[in-house]
Design a protein around this ligand. Structure first.
Ligand code: G4P
Length: 292
């Protein structure tokens, strides 16, 4: 199954970014720390060229604490890129963001050369929550200011630090099939763009291999990790449906309901803190995707 989604405002967003980036010092991309690679927008690099980039792994409270450092190292090893991890409970995200941007553009700062930053992110990564917590009342809905389109917002985070926000943007094509599943599992993709059963089965397939103990802890299947890993994914979904009472007539499991249960549990981190991809796995998926 290939999940494809092309929201109507994408072309407009692309235009706004292309224009704005000319006067930008650092591009911030907000990512979902549970799926950093998949929640990155492949188009952004194309649109922003060689501008220094800060990757913000947001929702770190939901992600596997052992895996987030792997992703930070991976991004920090790239030239002109830095990465930090955040979550909505961070008391002072602005300070950390400003510090990271200053490292990327050390020649900017002060009233004469204020830092100009563009913040982007696909829907649901928590960009609005982050901006709201940083901006408080200082957020200016624009269209009121010359040179800033109605699609943008300029937020003054400090006297010499301006943040431009663009509306949520998605990719025209998800190049890696697994990314489509991970995005759907995370809730970033509209519900009518995917089949919940397929997405839940893919998710379970990954959890069986990587987080079997969490499946046992939540669903009390009475199986050790090895036996959970050995189940066929639809057997596992069936077993979970039975345990959770997702039944229909004739003693059969209501697979749709069971799939919804699993997805809801994952999204709310009821299963535990999970990251659906490592940098190595993501790089492998990309390599396979590019061969196609
Ligand atoms: P967006 O602008 O990137 O589209 O995302 P938005 O801020 O709207 O956040 C999407 C959902 O993610 C929201 O939940 C929000 O509360 C949640 N969220 C944002 N940042 C974090 C974080 O760091 N940690 C956790 N655990 N959740 C975060 P929602 O269920 O859609 O809405 P609501 O519960 O806030 O009403």
């Amino acid at each position: 199954m290939a999940i494809q989604w092309f929201p109507g405002h994408m072309n407009l967003t692309r235009k706004v970014i292309t224009e704005r980036v000319k006067e930008i010092d650092v591009v911030i991309e907000v990512l979902d720390a549970r799926l950093p690679g998949s929640s990155s927008n492949p188009l952004l690099q194309e649109l922003t060229g060689h501008k220094p980039r800060l990757q913000v792994l947001n929702k770190q409270d939901l992600a596997d604490a052992a895996r987030t450092p792997l992703w930070l190292d991976w991004y920090n090893a790239q030239s002109d890129t830095r990465a930090i991890a955040l979550d909505a409970s961070e008391p002072a995200p602005t300070r950390r963001l400003i510090e990271a941007c200053k490292l990327l553009a050390p020649n900017r700062g002060g009233m004469a050369k204020p830092m100009r930053v563009l913040i982007c992110g696909i829907p649901n990564v928590g960009k609005s929550t982050l901006i709201n917590s940083m901006s408080g009342k200082r957020q200016a809905k624009t269209g009121d200011e010359a040179g800033i389109t109605k699609l943008e917002q300029r937020i003054v985070l400090a006297d010499d630090f301006y943040l431009w926000d663009t509306p949520g943007m998605l990719w025209p094509r998800i190049i890696v099939e697994q990314s489509g599943y991970n995005l759907a599992a995370s809730g970033a993709v509209g519900r009518n763009a995917y089949d919940e059963e397929l997405v839940a089965l893919e998710l379970l397939g990954y959890l069986q291999k990587n987080y079997a103990d969490m499946l046992e802890a939540r669903y009390k299947l009475g199986l050790d990790n090895e036996r959970i890993a050995a189940l066929h994914d639809d057997e596992l979904l069936d077993a979970i449906g039975r345990r959770r009472g997702a039944m229909m007539g004739g003693g059969r499991v209501n697979v749709q309901k069971a799939a919804e249960l699993v997805l809801t549990d994952f999204r709310a981190a009821v299963l535990g803190r999970i990251t659906l991809e490592t940098p190595e796995e993501y790089a492998q998926w990309l390599a396979v995707g590019q061969q196609r």
